[in-house]
Design a protein around this ligand. Structure first.
Ligand code: AOF
Ligand code: ZN
Length: 406
């Protein structure tokens, strides 16, 4: 906790607990504003706790909870691992034996609406009711169809006082992938590419020269690929990969770069590899077929499943991007890092189907001729960072807001 936060916090506590000369607590001193400050403070703690689950709970959301008695936190918890206990369970279980008697007069803060359904675990709303917690303060409603308001209704029907919408935007942003998936029925889309100072994504290519005559398949050997970003940015990209459920590339990128699409430069899980190869022309010798990571080949020829390799059939004439969105929703893939090439990236931009774009620009490299990078439209820059020769810019679609369930 930073000092300014701490002093504001102490200020709030002073008001809630300060004793008057006659020994009475001056609880009524609290204005609406300072109560809101207290709510924000505890919800902020919920967010901090929730973030500890990053990398281990997807496709579930990150959730944190704190149990507060008077001005004291008596329990804390977060959703730690997919399929295991929810934040509320861990929070209540963390209360010490001597403090258990305080639970019935405490307030539970939780960053997401308590669930109302039997999933891998029983409903948290039932647990709260069972423990007779009189008051629950919630960050935002759960957009998951099995919950979406039902948790709040269940609590209220049992006489629990519920307040919703504390640090709502922050709570939604923390789970931007989960919210996008459940409210837009598609994954959260992050576009990523590296370009030279003169806006090129790759060296010039003469693709027809690399096709094997007659067979329709491409020659497996690949040309020297152009490395644009530096080694530090490359590590960052591998971290980005570890944060998403899947990574997508098109046919040309697969055959020209022969990428592995793993997180070998970062200690994290490799995403599912998604490759567009409508006519199944990619040779099996490419690294994407090495079986080391689950791989899905979107094509118009066959639907077939082999070990770690799924051929997923799409219609040839319809928009590939929108079919892909439906397929990924069915496959329960909540987020995708689109790593190229220009054609694939541009189709997402042109269809307005993206949530973030991360652009790495090597400001020292000029190659004059080459394949032009995608052109972002309707975008606003939200951050910029310099890593040696590389400038990393992050864009959001203009006027975008976190996905909502209202
Ligand atoms: C909560 N607290 O900490 C989380 C919730 O299969 P299950 O039982 O794990 O349920 C998963 C769903 O529960 C998930 O889709 C989301 O709606 C909610 N997650 N709810 O009350 C939590 N992680
Ligand atoms: Zn739950």
């Amino acid at each position: 906790m930073v000092n300014s936060e701490l002093s504001m916090w102490c200020y709030c506590i002073d008001f809630t607990t300060a004793k008057a000369g006659n020994g009475l607590y001056l609880l009524n001193f609290l204005t609406q504003n300072s109560l809101l400050n207290i709510h924000h403070k505890y919800m902020q703690r919920c967010l901090e706790l929730a973030a500890k689950g990053a990398g281990n709970v997807a496709p579930n959301p990150l959730v944190g909870g704190v149990l507060v008695h008077g001005d004291r936190i008596i329990g804390e918890g977060w959703h730690q691992r997919y399929g295991e206990a929810h934040a509320e369970v861990n929070c209540i279980n963390s209360v010490s034996e001597e403090n258990k008697k305080l639970i019935t007069s405490s307030t539970l803060y939780v960053s997401l609406e308590p669930c109302a359904h039997f999933g891998k675990t029983p409903p948290c709303a039932d647990l709260i009711i069972k423990h007779k917690i009189p008051r629950v303060v919630i960050g935002c409603r759960d957009p998951f169809i099995e919950v979406n308001g039902k948790g709040i209704e269940k609590l209220q029907a049992a006489g629990v006082e519920v307040e919703n919408g504390i640090l709502e935007e922050e709570c939604k942003v923390l789970n931007k992938r989960f919210f996008t998936f459940h409210t837009k029925q598609r994954p959260y889309i992050i576009l990523k590419w590296a370009e030279t100072a003169d806006g090129k994504i790759a060296a010039s290519q003469n693709s027809s020269a690399r096709e094997t005559l007659g067979s329709g398949h491409f020659k497996p050997e690949v040309e020297q690929r152009l490395f644009i970003s530096n080694e530090y940015s490359n590590r960052l990209v591998h971290q980005w990969r570890s944060e998403e459920a899947a990574i997508l590339i098109g046919t040309n990128t697969a055959r020209l770069d022969n990428p592995e699409l793993t997180t070998r430069l970062w200690p994290g899980k490799s995403p599912v590899r998604l490759v567009l190869d409508m006519n199944l022309r990619l040779p099996n010798s490419l690294k994407i077929f090495n079986g080391e990571v689950s791989t899905i080949i979107f094509n118009s020829v066959k639907q077939e499943e082999k070990e770690n390799l799924l051929y997923y059939k799409l219609q040839k004439d319809n928009s590939v991007v929108s079919q892909l969105m439906n397929a990924l929703y069915q496959l329960k893939i909540q987020s995708v890092l689109v790593e190229g090439g220009t054609k694939v990236l541009q189709s997402f931009i042109d269809e307005g189907l993206w949530d973030e774009a991360r652009l790495i620009k090597n400001e020292d490299l000029i190659i004059n001729s080459g394949l032009a990078a995608p052109t972002l439209s309707k975008a606003e820059k939200v951050s910029e960072q310099k890593i040696h020769s590389d400038k990393i810019e992050v864009y959001n679609p203009k006027n975008s807001r976190p996905a909502t369930n209202e």
